[in-house]
Design a protein around this ligand. Structure first.
Ligand code: PRP
Ligand code: URA
Length: 209
């Protein structure tokens, strides 16, 4: 079973409260998603491998550590995942970036894939999938299906909010994928919205409705 990691860091929780508020406008919403993504990016990379390297400071020789092993690819699920890219890149600046375009059909809630462009060596990278919202889990399962079809083996998901229903669906379909979330909310309403949630993340990020 994939691990569920709830990031209870006070800064993450404080920023999440501002995101949830209905009066938070697009400019602030975007900024806070970016800040939260940087903090969450720090947590999601906590287990990256390091190796010792010999270096010279201005005073002496010493041994430091550098990231080794697999390189990282950051893959936002369009559209809302785009809002998380800059924040994660601020802590992993060398990561390659792939894109998966996906939206939920508003009637069936089924995900529809409309775009996919990934780095060529995706099978050799640690992939951080980005989407602020994990609701029914349909989009995330479909994105992971697509990534695995193209050879991806090491995938972790970074989501600001998740519903218990969606977590269960993803863990059943892809037990090898760890899920990092800012909060597990209460339930999904009849329209597939996370309650209490923050509303439609894409619309709030980009000022559409
Ligand atoms: C939202 C969200 C997720 C998806 C989650 O995207 O950003 O991708 O819904 O729902 P699910 O877990 O039930 O699949 P949406 O379809 O609204 O598209 P957008 O990002 O273009 O706004
Ligand atoms: N997508 C969103 O943007 N918000 C939700 O609450 C559920 C899915």
């Amino acid at each position: 079973m994939g691990e569920l990691i709830v990031m209870n860091h006070p800064l993450i929780q404080h920023k999440l409260t501002i995101l949830r508020k209905k009066e938070t406008g697009s400019k602030d919403f975007r900024e806070i998603v970016r800040e939260m993504s940087a903090l969450m990016g720090y947590e999601v990379t906590r287990d990256l491998e390091t190796e010792e390297v010999e270096i010279e400071t201005p005073l002496t020789k010493t041994v430091g550590k550098k990231i080794s092993g697999k390189k990282v690819a950051v893959v936002p699920i369009l559209r809302a995942g785009l809002g998380m890219v800059d924040g994660v890149l601020s802590v992993v600046p060398g990561a390659r970036i792939g894109h998966i375009g996906m939206f939920r059909d508003p009637d069936t809630l089924n995900p529809v894939t409309y775009y996919c462009k990934l780095p060529k060596d995706i099978s050799e990278r640690t992939i951080i999938l980005l989407d602020p919202m994990l609701a029914t889990g349909g989009s995330l399962v479909a994105a992971i299906d697509e990534l695995k079809k193209l050879g991806a083996k090491d995938i972790r998901s970074l989501n600001i909010l998740a519903a218990p229903e969606g977590i269960e669906v993803v863990q059943k379909s892809h037990p090898d994928v760890d899920i990092y979330v800012g909060s597990v909310d209460d339930y999904l309403d009849e329209h597939g919205y996370i309650i209490p949630g923050l509303g439609d993340a894409g619309d709030r990020l980009f000022g559409t409705k």
